[in-house]
Design a binder for this molecule. Sequence first.
Ligand code: HEM
Length: 372
Amino acid sequence: MSVRAWNQPGFLDAMRQEGDPPTDRVVEQFASREGRNAVKQVLKNLIDSHGAPPPLTGELASYFNQLPDIPGDQQRAIISGQTLFEEYGPEIMLVLACYSLPECYVARKGVQVLSRTGLLQQRPNRRLFQTAQMLIEMLSADGLAPNGIGCRTARKIRMLHGLNRFLIRTDPSWDPSFDLPINQEDLAGTFTAFTAVILDGLRKLRIDVPDERAHAYLGAWQAIGQLLGLRPELIPATVYEAFELKDVIARRQFFASDEGTAITRALLKWLAAQSPFYLPRLPGATVRFMLGNENADKLQIPNAPLEAALLNAGIVVGHAIDEVLGGVQRRRLFRRFGMNLLKGFIAAELQPHGPQIRVSSHLRRRWSLPEA
Ligand code: HEM
C-alpha cells in the first residue's frame, strides 16, 4: 500500500514553506513593478467586488482568466455532492459556524494570519458571511460548471490568498516562526474543516449521511481544492483519508493561543445574537459539544452546563422521537438554529447599504427562506 504524502517524514514540514507557486509568481511580478501599496489596493478592490467580476488588470487579470475550469468528467460527482448541501444546507451552516470555523481557530500558527487581518474581531460575521456565501455559490447546482459562479468565487479566493500571502510575508512584523502565511498545510487543514469536519458535525447532530453521499460531497470538494491551488497530494481520495489528514494536522498544529481565543470570543458573541429560544449561551455549548472539551478548552470556550444538557437532551430526545415519527423533530431543532443563522446572514449588513447574501430562488424554496 502506498504511503500517503502527509505520512511521509518531513512532507508537512516542507508544505509549511510552500504557498501557491503560480499565483505567488504573478503577484510577485506585479508587486515588483507596481509596489506594495498597489497590491494593497488590488486586495481591497477584490474584497469589495462581492458577486461582481473581479476588478483585475494586467498580468493579474490574464492569470485569473486562464485558470482552468473543472474537467467535464468530474461534473457528475460534483452534482451528486451538491445534493447533500441542498438537503441539509441550514444544518451545514450550523456546523460551519459552530465547528468548522472554531476548529480552524485552534491551529495556533494559522490563526495568526486570520488575526492580522483584524476583520474577524471587528466583524466576526464578515468571515462567516463570506464563507457561507462561498458554500452557497460553490455547492449550488451549476455553481462549479464551466464559468459557474462557484468557479469564479474559488479563483477569487485563490487570488485573495495570494495577495494576502505576499503582503503578510513581506511585512517586517510577521514572525517567520509561524511559517509561510496561508501555506499548503494550513490550506489542507482548512480543506478538512470543510469536508471531514462538516461530515462529522452532521453525524454529531445525528443526521445520517450514507457513505456514498459523504463520498460525493468530498468529490465536490476535491474539485474545489484543485481550483484553490491545493497540491494534489494533499487532496484526500476518500472520506477516511480526509479524517486521517484532519487528525494528522490537528496533532501537529492544535495549541492554545491568545489570537485563537480572541477570534472565538468574537464569533460566539455574534452567534449569541442569532441563537434561537433566547438562549445566548447555546452557541458556546454547541461549539464545545462539536469540538470536544480538549479543543474547546484551548479556545477558552465557557462551560454552559444548562445549555449543554438542553442540547444533549434535544439531540437524544429528538433522535428518539424521530425513530417514531420518521425524522422530523430533531431536524426541526437544528434546522431552526441553522435557519436563524441564515437569516442572520441575510440581515447582516457588511457595510452601510452593503450587499446581502445571495441565495438562488431554488435554494430559498428548498430551505423555506423568503424570496429576495
Ligand atoms: C480550503 C481552504 C480555504 C478556503 C475554502 C478559504 C475560503 C476563504 C473565503 C471564502 C474567503 C473570503 C473571500 C471574500 O472576502 O470574498 C477567504 C479569505 C481569506 N482567507 Fe481563506 N480559505 C481557505 C484557507 C485559508 C487559510 C489556510 C488561511 C490562513 C491561515 C486563509 C486566510 C484568508 C485570508 C487572510 C483571507 C482574506 C480576509 C480578508 O481580508 O477579508 N484562508 N478565504
